[in-house]
Design a protein around this ligand. Structure first.
Ligand code: ATP
Ligand code: MG
Length: 441
């Protein structure tokens, strides 16, 4: 296992001062899997004030209550150094009431959630792995350290972390761990929505998110009960080969792993059960489900405290998923005006994924999506105008013509609409002339 220099340096300084120091947790797991670690955490026998003294000037007390010191090492890199720790009594299924420091690495590893996260590696190349994490990685197994029920009762967020690791790392939950996740799901009610949101977002972007969600819908239902009516909801429509829930999971698995897109895929049909009607031929319809899905999703995302930007984009994707695919220059320019390039590309990804998750006889939509994408590529290549900042005139030009205040904004919007709809060329003279005619006419 190769340690980056900025990490090896920190380990070396701690050891030279007479302490034990190990890389621990996610970075060990990821390195053993051949994945690039997101961050490098160090665990040490040194007390926080000892760590502060060893790295004085470049050590910052970022989490002293939990024994964590952030050490700047290298040009723009840093390492979190945490003292060997055992957790005190847990209350409310959340956080330990107190933590205390220990001089034992094994005790520190025992407080960690899963065996694959409870390994340590030092500068001499020694691996400490008291719970068989390495074997579990080889076998592709996710297993709690110790008794799963107890571990999930201490901190219910671990249930969702478990789903996240299974989805992202492609691990199978060991049987007892899997059962205990479901058994203790209700305890997630005690967990702060922000913490749930972070784990859920990572989970949704995992390569095995669909399987994991299919295996544990009731867990998701604890904080998002709106998903429950989707499960086994028969669509009674030839376009669909899955119930609403499995269709949503199939759509999710057909999308690239962008958080808003994956979230939109999961929730795009959440309004279907509430908008279901059956016609005289026994065929199911879901008129207006886009609107219902949008409203439900907006509420669900607010509840988990997603950022406004995340929520607004996700909800827009859901709202648009049911609209016609634009297949003309004008249609694509209008969609660009409303969504911008990045979001329109996400929408086309969502449309493709949604369509692929329907019965295979109805995959003909793929050609339409392809066409929209080709038009989009060409318009971007041609630098087509679809936003105010691309317009060949600006507020100053309009002021010079004598327009004032809100009239300026309105005139710019009007001009942009005309350009987008193909009624005017995006050229300064053309736009100014059109404006003068309108003002005098
Ligand atoms: P990544 O950083 O890739 O998301 P990670 O495994 O490093 O994954 P972190 O949240 O950074 O996850 O936590 C670092 C380590 O701390 C974990 O590997 C695990 O050993 C331990 N840990 C984190 N959260 C918990 C928890 N709720 N219960 C028990 N141990 C935890
Ligand atoms: Mg980490």
């Amino acid at each position: 296992m190769e340690l980056p220099k900025f990490v090896a340096n920190v380990l070396k300084h701690l050891e030279e001062a007479g302490h034990e120091a190990w890389c621990v947790g996610g970075c060990v797991r990821d390195s053993l899997m051949g994945r690039e670690p997101g961050d490098w955490d160090v665990t040490t026998s040194a007390l926080p004030e000892e760590t502060m003294a060893i790295f004085k000037g470049r050590a910052f007390p970022t989490g002293l209550r939990h024994g964590t010191v952030t050490v700047r090492s290298g040009a723009d890199t840093s390492v979190e150094v945490t003292t060997y720790r055992v957790d005190g009594v847990y209350r409310d299924h959340r956080r330990p009431e107190s933590v205390s420091f220990t001089r034992s690495l094994e005790e520190d590893l025992a407080r960690r959630d899963f065996t694959v996260n409870a390994m340590a590696f030092n500068i001499q190349g020694e691996l400490r792995d008291p719970f068989g994490g390495r074997q579990d990685l080889t076998d592709g197994v996710l297993r709690c350290v110790g008794d799963p029920d107890r571990r999930f009762q201490e901190d219910a967020l671990r249930i969702l972390r478990g789903m996240r690791f299974a989805a992202v790392l492609g691990l199978d939950e060991e049987y007892e761990t899997d059962c205990a996740m479901d058994r203790n799901a209700g305890l997630l009610r005690d967990i702060a929505p922000e913490r749930i949101q972070i784990e859920l977002t990572k989970l949704l972007c995992g390569k095995n998110a669909g399987w994991v969600l299919e295996n544990h819908p009731q867990i998701v239902g604890v904080f998002w009960p709106e998903i429950l009516p989707m499960i086994d909801f028969d669509q009674r429509n030839v376009h669909h080969c899955h119930d609403v829930w499995r269709h949503s999971l199939a759509a999710l698995m057909n999308t690239p792993p962008f958080p808003e897109l994956r979230t939109a895929a999961l929730l795009h049909d959440i309004g279907k059960p509430a908008s279901f009607t059956l016609d005289e031929n026994g065929v199911g319809h879901f008129y207006g489900h886009g609107k219902v899905s949008t409203a439900l999703a907006d509420d669900m995302l607010r509840r988990l405290k997603f950022s406004n930007a995340f929520r607004e984009r996700t909800v827009r994707l859901i709202e648009w998923h049911d609209r016609e695919i634009p297949r003309t220059d004008k249609g694509v320019r209008r969609a660009l005006r409303a969504l911008g390039e990045e979001e329109l590309r996400l929408l086309l990804d969502l449309k493709r994924a949604d369509n692929l998750a329907q019965a295979s006889a109805y995959h003909g939509r793929q050609a339409e999506i392809q066409l929209a994408e080709e038009i989009l590529d060409r318009l971007i290549e041609e630098d087509a105008c679809f936003s105010l900042k691309q317009l060949a005139v600006n507020g100053e030009d309009l002021k010079a013509l004598g327009l004032k205040g809100p009239a300026i904004g309105r005139a710019l919007e009007r001009l942009l609409n005309l350009v987008v709809d193909g009624g005017l060329l995006n050229e300064r003279d053309v736009l100014l002339e059109a404006l003068q005619k309108k003002e005098s006419g």
